[in-house]
Ligand binder design. Structure first.
Ligand code: 5AD
Ligand code: SF4
Length: 466
């Protein structure tokens, strides 16, 4: 989805950093040391880092902005596509000298899970390796290091608990992320997530609602429920709240004005979710529904559990809603065996669906995944060509879709202020980025009406309607 690249964002202090400590009775925690946390990856990873930071802050650590100022340097990274492991090791190389200064260096996230203790061999200056399914143990692991242990790991995947913290240090002052389901039980043949994040674990509905109430009290009005397959949510409590019911319950929490959720798996996308969105305008008009390919043959090889027609059936269901709902997706090009004709089916799917935005990727073979063994590998140059063709097509589609909105007025949650005078930005309920002019003096964090006066492929341009 679009990032507000057209404007310079002015960051506010995130609720949950300094301000949350007294609220949680943490003001007295003795200062234990300082940590620097660098994150690379998806929203889930960003949010994991927010939780890790929360856990450390609650234990009396202070977060600092540079590795030089930190006693504890943590690198949280994702390995879904990139040659992430290589990237990690080059970054760790930069941290090498820091260990001799007495600093603790730790690797978290997917790469930690994947490479495990091998990290110690390649980078002996690292003393902590911990995958996302073991973050609950982080404070304990750090305590072990501080009491003289040389190397510690948290690599168990069979945890049946979710990573819940009493405090999460949230980076975004306007939208709060909240994980409702961890791990993944699907088995897409290209994907490392089931190996790096473990099996699916849903969080208790009452615990989710408790956190949403806290967030509302802290001043957040928008929450985004997160999960690799967020709509596969299965409430572990006797209440057995369905995902659609949970969405409605979250929307009803006083103070909450917008609810988003991502990422939805098409196979688990049921009609009651659309009905909930029809009934409750606080549920944002946006569904991210990754298709991955427009070819049933490729979908089968990907083990995606639906055909092109079944996917289109879900799209028709969403499009038939009484509210307009924006649809975005993820696509992988150059999966092994993807013929030119198969790729063209993906292109025709773009026309058929009319996505409002998409993330597109070249297939990247990942360790331990079943698709690693598939023959008929597509050459890199051909993958790049397909990606460029796909992106060009989508740019045209988006440009036309956005232009059609000229003259309409949307509610925008203002989250950015440009250095250019009177220029602001924010997102519509449909998750379109809107850059707009306003002569108001302060708008950050407020909801305003914006009339669209123009559009680019990635954003709307407009003016504040007072
Ligand atoms: N190669 C390319 N893209 C991938 N994704 C996941 N695994 C791979 C891979 N091995 C993409 C999918 C998924 C998104 C988060 O990343 O499109 O939806
Ligand atoms: Fe990976 Fe598929 Fe699970 Fe998504 S649904 S996290 S692509 S295995």
């Amino acid at each position: 989805m679009n990032k507000p690249f057209d404007v310079e964002i002015e960051r506010l202090t995130a609720p949950g950093s300094e301000s949350i400590r007294p609220l949680l009775g943490l003001a007295q925690a003795p200062e234990r040391g300082t940590f620097f946390l660098e994150t690379f990856g998806c929203q889930m990873n960003d949010h994991d880092s927010e939780k890790v930071a929360g856990v450390l802050l609650a234990r009396g650590y202070r977060q600092v902005g540079t590795p030089d100022a930190a006693g504890l340097i943590l690198y949280n990274t994702c390995s879904i596509r990139e040659k992430a492991a290589q990237k990690v090791f080059s970054r760790l190389g930069e941290y090498r000298a820091k260990q001799s200064e007495g600093k603790i260096i730790g690797v978290l996230g997917c790469v930690a899970q994947q490479e495990g203790e091998g990290i110690f061999e390649r980078a002996p200056w690292v003393s902590l390796v911990c995958g996302s399914a073991s973050y609950r143990k982080l404070p304990e692991l750090i305590a072990q290091l501080e009491s003289g242990n040389h190397r510690v790991t948290g690599l168990e995947l069979d945890t049946d608990e979710t990573f819940e913290t009493e405090i999460t240090r949230r980076d975004n002052p306007f939208r709060a992320y909240l994980t409702i389901i961890e791990g993944c039980d699907k088995a897409c043949s290209y994907c490392v997530v089931p190996y790096t994040r473990g099996p699916e674990r849903s969080r208790a509905s009452d615990s989710i609602l408790r956190e949403v109430r806290q967030l509302a009290e802290l001043g957040y009005s928008e929450v985004q429920l997160l999960g690799q397959t967020v709509n596969s949510y299965a409430d572990p409590t006797p209440r057995k709240m369905r995902f659609a019911e949970l969405l409605l319950a979250v929307a009803e929490v006083p103070g909450i004005r917008r609810v988003r959720f991502t990422t939805s798996h098409p196979s688990d996308f049921t009609r009651d979710i659309v009905e909930a969105m029809e009934a409750q305008p606080k549920l944002c008009e946006h569904v991210h529904l990754p298709v991955q390919s427009g070819s049933t043959k490729v979908l089968r090889a990907m083990q995606r559990t639906y055909t092109r027609d079944e996917y289109l059936g879900k799209i028709a269901m969403i499009r038939s809603a009484r509210r307009p709902i924006a649809i975005t997706t993820d696509i992988i090009v150059g999966f092994p065996g993807e013929s030119e004709a198969n790729f063209e089916q993906t292109l025709s799917l773009l026309d058929e669906v009319g996505y409002d935005s998409l993330f597109s990727f070249k297939y990247s073979p990942r360790p331990n995944t079943p698709s690693l063994k598939l023959n008929d590998v597509i050459p890199e140059e051909e993958k790049s060509r397909r990606l460029a063709v796909l992106q060009d097509k989508q740019r045209e589609i988006q440009s036309a879709r956005n232009k059609r909105l000229t003259g309409e007025t949307f509610e925008v949650l203002v989250s950015g202020k440009s250095r250019r005078e009177n220029q602001w930005s924010g997102y519509t309920s449909s998750y379109r980025l809107a850059n707009f002019t306003s002569h108001a003096t302060e708008l950050l964090g407020t909801y305003v009406q914006v009339r669209v006066t123009g559009a680019t492929p990635n954003s709307l341009v407009g003016e504040h309607v007072v």
